[in-house]
Unconditional design. Structure first.
Length: 54
């Protein structure tokens, strides 16, 4: 049987767009070091203070 973890024990990052903290998800296990955004919505919005790409 799998060992249960508390959400507070999981690693956290801060979203590059909204600045809110978010926790590790199993689907991000292989790419956690590359994850920058908490959701698809934030990924679609440019981070504050960044110039638009052309």
């Amino acid at each position: 049987m799998a060992r249960m973890r508390r959400k507070s024990d999981l690693p956290q990052k801060t979203c590059a767009t909204c600045g809110r903290p978010f926790t590790w998800r199993k689907k991000w296990a292989r790419v956690w070091q590359d994850v920058r955004y908490c959701s698809d919505r934030c990924r679609g919005i440019r981070p504050k203070g960044r110039a638009p790409d052309q």
